[in-house]
Each structure stands twice: as C-alpha cells, then as structure tokens.
Design a protein around this ligand. Structure first.
Ligand code: PEP
Length: 251
C-alpha cells in the first residue's frame, strides 16, 4: 500500500524563549502567510510559560503548538511537572516525549516515555516520540538495534488507533552541527518504517518519521528528501524565524 504523508516540521525551542520571542513567531507567521503556502504541517514547541501565547498567536498562520514534555499522571503531587491535559488547556495539539535530553538528564526509561505517550494520547495530544543512538552505539554498529528496542519500549499499543509521530534523533547530531550521511538516515528511517509496519500494519505505514539533529537551512533540502523522512524536529535553527522558514520551505 502506498501512503501519502504530509510532512511535519516541528521546532523544539527547549529552554529558550521569553515573551519577547513572540516577535519571532510574528515574523514566521508573516513569512508563512505571504509566501507560497507551506507544504508541511508547522508546529512550535516552546517553553510552557509561553505555550498559550504561541498557540493563540500562531493559529491564524496555521502554526500549531506543542509541549516539550508531559507527566504520565493526569494530576497530583508532582511539583514542577505539567500534565497532558494542561498542555491541551493551553492550546497544544502535540507534545514531545522521550527527547534524549530528558532521557539523559531526567533518567527517563522507555517505560516512562511509553507512559507519557499514553497519557498524551489519552488527553487528545499527538505525541512526538523521540528515539536515537549515542555515538558509541553507532560506532559499534548497534544503532539499528538500539533504536528498534527504543521503539518497542516507548510506543504504546494505543498507537494502533491514534496518531503518533516518531522522531529519529541521533544523540551525537543534536546541537553539534554534525549529521549522519543520507545513506545512514535512509537506512535508519527504512528500518523504523519496517518496525512500525510489522507492529501496526497499515497504521504503521502512515506514521510520520521525523529526522532531528542539526537540521539547518543548509542541509534541510537534501535530508528532507531522503526516503521515509516525513519532516523534521528542529532545535537551534527553529529559534530564528528566517532559518525555520527556510527549513519549512525546503519541504
Ligand atoms: C533537538 O534537540 O531536538 C534538535 C534536533 O536540536 P538541534 O536541531 O539543535 O540539533
């Protein structure tokens, strides 16, 4: 079966952005509404403090909002955490779960990520589930197996009936300016697609698989054209409207 997938470009602002950053959103909205209509779904995942403002102001330009993480529980004594329904309440439609920075700095396991993705789906969000290998794992030839294990452990069974997105982000490429070769990206994305189809059949064939890790205006066109790359998760280059727009336009 051939499935046509509309690409998605998501910006992960990480812990960057104050209310003044809404100027970048205004600039991006201007570019998206005056230029050629984007051929991708555009999502920005800002810090939670400005999520509601981004969701409100981005809407007229078709910019959707997402959270950067959510707790697995719907509410309760979890100081400093945010539930999936709170993100929905603030206007989010997506949420990143299992970003390598959270897996590493907050010790999140595949089971934790799966529980968060389940909570996100339960609240009506589309989880962007991140996977990716370390440099040592790639150098020792384990990248495909590591990512396959992360997929098996992090994607909930509910993905059979609900929309999820997978983001392949080699950890060694994040924020480093280094990227895998196009052949390595194709090999990994094809392998991810195979795993999704084995587990979810036709539904697995329609899941977006994003590439993330030093995606820039300079390399976006060729990376986004790789087989089974259905968009990108963009960190640093999503902070400047001009750069992010160039990446969106590369679709
Ligand atoms: C990320 O952290 O999700 C990411 C892709 O970062 P960068 O684009 O800066 O490498």
């Amino acid at each position: 079966m051939t499935t046509t997938i509309t690409p998605l470009i998501a910006g992960n602002w990480k812990m960057n952005g104050l209310r003044g950053s809404l100027d970048e959103l205004t600039a991006l909205a201007g570019m998206l509404t005056t230029g050629e209509a984007p051929r991708a779904v555009v999502v920005i995942c800002p810090p939670a403090t400005i999520l509601a403002a981004i969701a409100r102001q981005g809407a007229s330009a078709g910019i959707l909002a997402g959270g950067q993480d959510c707790h697995a529980a719907p509410s309760g004594a979890h100081t400093g955490d945010i539930s999936a329904s709170m993100l929905v309440d603030a206007g989010a439609q997506y949420v990143i779960v299992g970003h390598s920075e959270r897996r590493e700095a907050h010790g999140e396991s595949d089971a934790d990520v799966r529980a968060k993705a389940e909570a996100a789906i339960g609240a009506g969000l589309k989880p962007i589930i991140c996977v990716g290998e370390t440099e040592a794992q790639r150098d020792s030839g384990q990248a495909l197996d590591v990512v396959a294990a992360q997929l098996a452990g992090s994607i909930p069974d509910a993905a059979e009936l609900h929309e999820i997105i997978v983001a392949y982000e080699p950890i060694w490429a994040i924020g480093t300016g280094r990227t895998p070769s196009n052949d390595d990206i194709a090999e990994m994305h094809n392998s991810i697609r195979d795993k999704l189809v084995q587990r979810f059949a036709d539904k697995g064939a329609s899941v977006r698989i994003l590439y993330g890790g030093s995606l820039k205006p300079q390399n976006a066109r060729e990376i986004l054209a790789v087989d089974n790359v259905n968009g990108g998760l963009v960190g640093g280059a999503s902070l400047l409207a001009k750069d992010f727009y160039t990446i969106i336009s590369a679709v």
